[in-house]
Design a protein around this ligand. Sequence first.
Ligand code: SF4
Length: 178
Amino acid sequence: LARRPAAEVVAALTALAEKVSGCRECKLCTTRNLTVFASGDSQARLMLVGEGPGAEEDKQGLPFVGAAGELLNKILAAIGLARDEVYVANIVKCRPPGNRDPEPDEVVACRGFLERQIDLVQPRVLVVLGRIAAHTLLGNDTPISKMRGKWYEIRGLPAMVTFHPAALLRNPALKRSV
Ligand code: SF4
């Protein structure tokens, strides 16, 4: 897909975010506080895809604003990128209660929004953070340790899988490979 003019992309993403904010397509709508659509630059060359909102994200309506988000900012800084230079979104836009994994029906209900985001932003590279996002977007159940660091293709774009920052908080030894 060719990238559409910037103003058209912003308008289409704004309309999509509006739709997501009122979405009731799965049961996560009954427990969420705010939907979490995305953050960052819709013209970004790098797009990151995570799993779903946690408690802090659900409160603020923004992705990766808790402890994992702080670590993500440091990782990006290490390659010379500010957080607002990348586009960040999740597989599900509403918080799974108690930070459980999103369930298959929730992932199915929500994934069309993410696919539309990817098609609109058209980054040069996608980075897929963690098991849930990797399995959803690549349609397999390979352990993340075997998928990480390899190139895949998602919606016609080059995509790299790596560990989720929350996993790095639990296991700092993984940081180096990320
Ligand atoms: Fe809709 Fe996605 Fe939220 Fe489910 S998780 S209610 S599909 S926006």
